[in-house]
Design a binder for this molecule. Structure first.
Ligand SMILES: Nc1ncnc2c1ncn2[C@@H]1O[C@H](COP(=O)(O)OP(=O)(O)OP(=O)(O)O)[C@@H](O)[C@H]1O
Ligand SMILES: [K+]
Ligand SMILES: [Mg+2]
Length: 712
């Protein structure tokens, strides 16, 4: 057993280092290059496996149709029969192509991530005693894959973090580019809401002790890989519902086409298998059937491009319908680096006494607030050290008590110091029958009114219990945040700040940031209750947060976005993680969600209108010149060359439309903030009318070309 040697820390490297492995992801998001279509082609053919195709009922019917027409072409060969079966197979392949291209993008990313997943050797600490005295330990070198939750490892400058975890000791600058693609180093520290570290990232300076929180194979990196590869993708409830609708439509058309044959036979115009299958395929919603899954994958992908990891597709969809957004204050709306800027004693108490008490109460407080109090009082010439703490017991901060402090006892002597939220400390003093100076509340209120966080400091000893004064903690509202909230308002989304801080600070920060509403002095339970309340009122709620105290609320929210800087409890609870830890990212998440819903709606509209139009192209041609069906001739408005060329043109058009729409499905329909009603009207107009008109032009054009094919 030995004692941990204190390390000299090397200087942090210059920002913008050589890393940034995943930077390329951000380039040309959404655009489809022709090369991608080619490279995805083999995958598209592989997906013809009927066991995979069944999952998409519409395209499965097309595949069965392709088999039937091919058999029929073999038995009774003709240019028409072969052309139809060839294009039916192409239709299925094109549908698979859309999905393969969408998946292909993730695969490239997964490859890069795999290379990142290190074969790191972890330095596991065997004996661990938490306390103020130097802890005893014994180091063991084990493969990172052998780490289990609760294991404690040490990582020093230059080392790779072997697994996801929580820093329990130390501060370090960390290069997270392997995960976030961002090469500027970030600071992670024990205590507070920035203690989470991710396996695969690199420690650049200093030394940290990390408690592992993830099981092997279930690390953040593992989850990211399976996510971008699409291996963990499940159909969302909306997607399932739409699939059922499309399948039912398909069944209806199968029945309609099958029942057509006896009527046709009666009229002496019996139709071949090829014609019947062609009619069926033009009528069923193949366009949306082909593009549906690609739209979903692309939505997830668009989030990854924005450095957001969505752990469920359902969350992406829900984001599109969110109308209430809850944010915590510290670290989300503000920079989150609450720093002590001054000590404000009550009348009759010397400033030094207050600073000394505050320092003693903070010596063992690992939160940013605690460390900044120690730093400020040291700058003012007060130097307490571990020796002064020999008889001390640290009382850690908790979101419930909203206080922290220290108890000292030595023989008959005792002293208790508390610092914390004004209401909590006043309550503590009151309960002990202590005195509350008249200016205590006033000092706290004036700090709060300016947007600062007052921490009242109180002591208890043989002389009684009394308030000494306040520590002024200052935090800065993130620049540009008011504009983003205004954008959200334009999208019809209400923003609510929920904070553990006092009502006055909350009010000041709420006004500065421009949120619509706020909830102050919120305990974790109240944050959760507020979300339940909003949901009960019919609202779809998104929440962002970073603290362990946010975890219950993140889990309850329809969309729970955890900051990557946050605690692992927060990251486990949410259904999305924002790698950039930017609260305004929610705007982009909501945009991606809306875009996903709009794209799906637009292409469904287009697909169904398209099929209606194709009906008018193909049916009159089929029955052209048949006695008893002369009326249908009038419907042959397009004047197509011949019945066979009309049918073939419709099938070729039906297949090509899929390819043409792949880029739109992947890129998404453009979304500009406006009311849902206006959007619906606009999209019905564009995609409904477009869907009706396009086939007439397209089929006519193809018909003009096909008539030159021998055999038509
Ligand atoms: N280290 C600490 N010691 C004593 N009191 C603290 C400490 N940190 C914070 N407090 C007090 O507890 C209150 C609640 O803090 P907490 O970090 O739980 O807020 P929160 O619920 O996360 O809210 P938000 O993050 O939105 O500000 C703070 O406003 C502050 O008054
Ligand atoms: K169709
Ligand atoms: Mg917080």
């Amino acid at each position: 057993m030995q004692t941990v040697p204190q390390q000299e820390s090397p200087p942090p490297p210059a920002p913008g280092g050589p890393r940034g492995a995943r930077r390329h992801r951000r380039v040309a998001a959404g655009a489809v290059e022709p090369r991608q279509l080619l490279t995805a082609f083999p995958d598209a053919v592989r997906k013809l496996d009927p066991r995979l195709m069944v999952r998409n009922p519409v395209m499965f019917v097309v595949e069965v149709g392709s088999v039937l027409t091919t058999a029929s072409a073999l038995l009774d060969p003709s240019v028409f029969a072969w052309l139809i079966s060839a294009w039916l197979w192409l239709t299925v392949v094109f549908a698979n192509l859309a999905e393969a291209v969408a998946e292909g993008r993730g695969k490239a990313q997964a490859e890069t991530l795999r290379r990142t997943r290190s074969t790191t050797v972890a330095r596991r600490l065997r004996v661990w005693r938490v306390g103020l005295s130097p802890y005893d330990w014994e180091e063991q070198r084990v493969p990172a894959a052998d780490l289990r939750p609760q294991d404690v490892v040490v990582v020093e400058a230059g080392g790779t973090v072997p697994g996801d975890g929580e820093i329990v000791e130390g501060v370090a600058s960390i290069d997270e580019s392997a995960i976030t693609g961002e090469s500027a180093p970030v600071i992670r520290a024990a205590g507070g809401d920035r203690s989470g570290v991710t396996g695969g990232t690199t420690v650049l300076s200093d030394r940290i002790v990390v408690r592992i929180t993830s099981r092997p194979g279930h690390t953040f990196l593992d989850r990211m890989i399976s996510l971008v590869e699409g291996t963990s993708r499940q159909k969302t409830p909306n997607e399932l519902a739409l699939n059922i609708l499309l399948a039912s439509l398909t069944v209806v058309f199968v029945l309609a086409v099958v029942s057509l044959q006896p009527m046709a036979r009666w009229a002496g115009a019996e139709q071949s298998i090829t014609v019947l299958v062609a009619l069926l395929v033009t009528l069923i919603p193949t366009t949306i059937g082909a593009l549906l899954s690609a739209i979903g994958i692309a939505g997830m992908d668009r989030l990854v491009q924005r450095n957001v990891i969505a752990l469920s597709g359902r969350a992406v969809e829900a984001a599109g319908d969110v109308n209430t957004l809850l944010l915590d204050k510290t670290g989300t709306i503000t920079l989150g680096n609450r720093q002590a800027v001054s000590f404000v004693p009550v009348k009759g108490v010397p400033r030094e006494l207050l600073a000394d008490a505050a320092q003693l109460a903070s010596l063992a407080d690992p939160t940013p607030e605690g460390r900044s109090i120690v730093a400020l009082s040291r700058r003012q010439g007060i130097h307490r050290d571990d020796a002064d703490f020999a008889h001390g017991r640290f009382v850690p901060f908790s979101a419930q008590t909203r206080m922290s402090g220290a108890d000292f006892a030595h023989g008959d002597d005792f002293c208790r110091i508390r610092k914390g939220a004004a209401s909590a400390v006043l309550h503590w003093v009151d309960r002990r029958g202590g005195t509350i100076p008249r200016d205590a509340r006033w000092i706290a209120d004036s700090v709060a009114a300016g947007g600062g966080t007052p921490l009242l400091v109180a002591v208890e000893d043989h002389d009684g219990t009394r308030v000494l004064g306040a520590v002024h903690l200052k935090d800065v509202v993130k620049p540009g945040i008011a504009e983003r909230f205004a954008e959200l308002r334009a999208m019809g989304i209400r923003t609510v700040m929920v904070t553990g801080d006092n009502p006055l600070t909350a009010k000041a920060i709420a006004a500065e940031a421009g949120v619509d509403d706020y909830l102050a002095e919120a305990t974790p339970e109240q944050k959760l209750a507020r979300i339940r309340e909003e949901q009960a009122g019919g609202n779809l709620v998104a929440m962002t947060g970073d603290g362990t105290n946010d975890a219950p609320a993140l889990a309850q929210a329809d969309v729970g976005v955890a900051m990557n800087t946050g605690t692992s409890a927060a990251k486990e609870a949410g259904n999305m993680v924002d790698l950039d830890s930017s609260p305004t990212k929610l705007i982009e998440i909501i945009e991606v969600g809306k875009q996903l819903l709009i794209t799906r709606g637009a292409l469904t509209t287009f697909s169904i209108c398209n099929d209606v139009a194709k009906y008018f192209a193909i049916v009159p041609a089929m029955f052209g010149g048949v006695a008893g069906y002369e009326g249908l001739e009038k419907l042959n408005v397009m004047g197509l060359h011949s019945p066979t060329s009309a049918i073939a043109s419709a099938i070729v058009f039906n297949a090509l439309v899929i390819v043409v729409l792949i880029p739109l499905a992947l890129r998404g329909v453009r979304y500009a903030p406006s009311s849902a009603h206006a959007l619906l009207r606009r999209n019905l107009g564009v995609y409904g009318v477009g869907g009706l008109v396009a086939p007439f032009a397209g089929i006519k054009l193809i018909d003009l070309l096909i008539q030159y094919v021998p055999g038509f």
